[in-house]
Write a protein that binds this ligand. Structure first.
Ligand code: EPZ
Length: 430
């Protein structure tokens, strides 16, 4: 299994191109199931999760091409991919595929909307918490679906073959359930109103995509979304938004190592709360025409408290990275996780580098240290692994990060982007 080796201590200087957002690309790709026309997506990142979803969509009959060719593993940065679901060959998403990536459960919305029936495996456990699917089921039932849970599968049917618009109030904010209900309602009969909907920029990207395909959706990005169901969706062309989590991750890396980096193509308006937190640590963060410039000179890192919240609050997907940064702050900080109940797996690994962190319920108390020291570390999820990379960049000596496949799920060409800015980082393949 590949590992990443980092020799820490270098400041980062240069340009890092920001890729298309994984968490926007996945629902847009899933939306291709909703039409027999071609959906062309630009700026799709080259990531293991994208490749996995291509396989899952292929199971349902979605054909894809990259500039007329099949996707090849060795192709470079974000690219344009054409997806065509001329015929849906099966409405079953099997356990073997769904269990590899939770977001593949989201095919339930488009399949039910277009075919009137879907049988999708429950996604199962996950390293960052139990992550149930009750909101998806309640919401789809509100649109008229009849749903049974049978042998680990969700069996859903739309009576008379079509969902029916309704008002649904999410009891809890959920990104995935908002994506799914928006897709399901786009082809339902009549009007749907979703209240307490997620407001993430990825929701807006999906609504823009569905509208470009002929849907009638307003209010995405606010907590109330109106959807006027249509009979049919057609093809469209749309770009995936830049990855706000990748942006915040590299900004935090610079805030930790010092240096001066342009995050090329990044959009500051997608991560205001995280950028405010980074500024509060003492780094300069400046939106410029071509992206965001992050700069920190030799001054110390100030401790800053953060609490994760649904958008526009501080994102849970940047919590581990911010904790990495706080391990070297000049004082104590508190980091509270409110979205997932078990998202502190990085704490014990950061401790291996010399960090001083204690847990009290859902809050991590971080006492900054003057130095971290390199060590072998291992991570259990995507964002936790990248927090170890950030800490390794600032630590003295060598850090080896094991289980790199987590990083490959969500960070395009991480080693290359960082080493071009002066980091000593390389991949060890066995
Ligand atoms: C999305 O996951 C992201 N994934 C996650 O990013 C991100 O951490 C999360 O949103 C929160 O921002 C993708 O976009 C592919 P939720 P999602 O439904 O949609 C509970 C990463 O590292 N809940 O908004 O699965 C749930 O357990 C990943 O890129 C229910 O209780 O998250 C959680 O506590 C990890 N019942 C909360 O809601 C449900 O039916 C928010 O989860 C659904 C969710």
């Amino acid at each position: 299994m590949d590992r990443i080796r980092i020799v820490g201590g270098n400041a980062l200087n240069g340009v890092i191109p920001i890729s298309g957002a994984k968490n926007a690309a996945l629902p847009l790709m899933i939306a291709s199931l909703m039409t027999d026309d071609t959906l062309t997506l630009e700026n799709v990142p080259h990531l293991a999760d994208v490749e996995q979803l291509i396989r899952i969509l292929g199971n349902h009959g979605v054909d894809y091409s990259v500039n007329g060719r099949r996707v090849r593993q060795d192709q470079g940065y974000s690219r344009t991919i054409h997806f065509t679901a001329r015929n849906i060959v099966t409405t079953t998403a099997p356990y073997e595929l769904v269990s590899k990536m939770r977001a593949s459960f989201w095919v339930i919305g488009p399949l039910l909307a277009r075919m009137g029936v879907a049988r999708v495996s429950l996604p199962g456990g996950c390293a960052i918490g139990t992550r149930p699917v009750d909101l998806f089921i309640d919401g789809l039932r509100a649109l008229g679906a009849e749903i049974d849970i049978d042998s680990g599968y969700v069996d859903a049917r739309a009576p008379k073959g079509r969902l029916v618009g309704n008002r649904y109030v999410f009891p809890k904010v959920s990104v995935g359930a908002t994506h799914v209900l928006m897709m399901a309602a786009a082809l339902a009969k009549g009007e749907t109103v979703l209240e307490n909907a997620a407001r993430e920029p990825e929701i807006v990207n999906l609504a823009d995509c569905l509208n470009a395909m002929g849907a009638r959706i307003t209010g995405a990005g606010t907590e109330t979304i109106h959807i006027d169901g249509v009979d049919h969706l057609s093809g469209a062309r749309l770009a995936v938004i830049p990855d706000r989590i990748e942006t915040g991750t590299y900004a935090m890396a610079v805030a930790m190592t010092g240096g001066d980096v342009l995050l090329e193509g990044a959009r500051a308006d997608l991560l205001d709360s995280a950028l405010d937190a980074i500024r509060a640590t003492g780094a300069e963060v400046t939106p410029v025409n071509s992206g965001i410039r992050v700069h920190r000179n030799g001054s110390g890192i100030r401790p800053v408290d953060v609490t994760t919240e649904p958008y526009p609050g501080f994102p849970t997907d940047l919590q581990a990275q911010f904790m990495g940064l706080m391990t070297m702050a000049k004082g104590r900080s508190h980091i509270t996780e409110t979205i997932f109940e078990n998202r502190f797996m990085h704490v014990q690994e950061l401790a291996r580098l010399g960090a001083k962190i204690s847990l009290s319920g859902q809050t991590a108390i971080v006492d900054g240290v003057d130095h971290l020291k390199g060590a072998p570390v291992m991570a259990t999820d995507l964002r936790a692994s990248v927090s170890l990379v950030i800490a390794g960049l600032a630590a003295e000596g060598e850090t080896v990060v094991h289980r790199v496949y987590h990083l490959d799920r969500g960070f395009e060409r991480l080693e290359e982007k960082l080493s071009r800015c002066g980091a000593q980082i390389d991949r060890l393949s066995e």
